[in-house]
Write a protein that binds this ligand. Structure first.
Ligand code: ADP
Ligand code: MG
Length: 245
């Protein structure tokens, strides 16, 4: 496998399988994600969405199949060398550190110089709409502000692929709708490649260039939001989208 190939998808999954006992959480999943694309994985609870992100991040071992990022097979590459950023639902900020200390986390890990850290932190806080918040205590921030800090932290090491697992899950509906619009703008500006998981189809359709609908560890359908909405592949997808009402 060659390194740093520039043609082909940024991310390629082939035959990806994860078993827990007799149950396949992922069952031969294949998926390509192009550079700069935002793909949202949608599906009911237990369909394998989080497992998919965890395998790509190297937090979960695959029983079969391949994860190829930038032409590099990640099988033996540890999490911190994969060039992926992962942001979970419960964003787990470090409560004893201020905003800047949280955002700079990944930069410190890579040994970035102090001035470089400060410049990057200021730039990211501007981007996520929290200019000048460096010295604030994370405990004094609202839920939406904490989510923005978590996003800035995930973006700080400039990951090739940013993965979000139910990133807005704990916020109220109005705030979620506002943040989705901001995220879409932000990812467009940065040219970030994004793989996001949600069980909320409104969120997925607003954020995604392409959606992937999962069912029982398999991909039931992929397409643009409009394609999936207008032509659900089967009854499961149609029901999941709420067409049985
Ligand atoms: P989702 O994120 O779509 O809700 P998950 O990826 O968390 O789904 O889980 C997919 C399936 O794998 C579920 O049936 C879940 O119970 C199972 N599963 C996930 N993680 C584990 C684990 N560590 N041990 C056993 N079963 C697991
Ligand atoms: Mg999940």
């Amino acid at each position: 496998m060659t390194d740093n190939r520039t043609d082909g998808p940024l991310l390629r999954l082939a035959g990806l399988t994860v078993r827990f006992g007799a149950h396949a959480a992922l069952d031969a999943v294949g998926l390509d994600v192009a550079e700069h694309e935002t793909v949202c994985v949608l599906g009911p609870s237990g369909s394998g969405k989080s497992t998919l992100l965890r395998v790509i991040a190297g937090l979960q071992q695959a029983d079969a199949g391949e994860v190829v990022l930038d032409g590099r097979n990640l099988r033996t590459v540890p999490t911190h060398r994969r060039g992926v950023g992962l942001m979970f639902q419960d964003h787990q900020l470090f409560p004893q550190r201020d905003v800047a200390g949280n955002v700079a986390f990944g930069l410190r890990m890579r040994g970035a110089a102090r001035a470089e850290q400060e410049r990057k932190v200021a730039e990211l806080l501007d981007l996520v709409g929290l200019p000048g918040a460096q010295r604030r205590a994370v405990g004094s921030l609202s839920g939406g502000e904490q989510q923005r800090v978590a996003l800035a932290r995930a973006l700080a090491p400039s990951p090739r692929l940013l993965m979000l697992d139910e990133p807005l899950g704990q916020l109220d509906r109005g705030l979620r709708e506002r943040l989705v619009v901001e995220l879409r703008r932000l990812f467009g500006e940065l040219g970030t490649t994004v793989l996001a998981v949600t069980h909320d189809q409104g969120e997925a359709f607003a954020l995604a260039d392409r959606v992937v609908v999962m069912r029982d560890g398999r991909i039931a359908q992929t397409g643009t939001p409009l394609e999936v909405w207008q032509r659900p592949a089967d009854e499961f997808v149609a029901r999941f989208l709420g067409f049985d009402n």
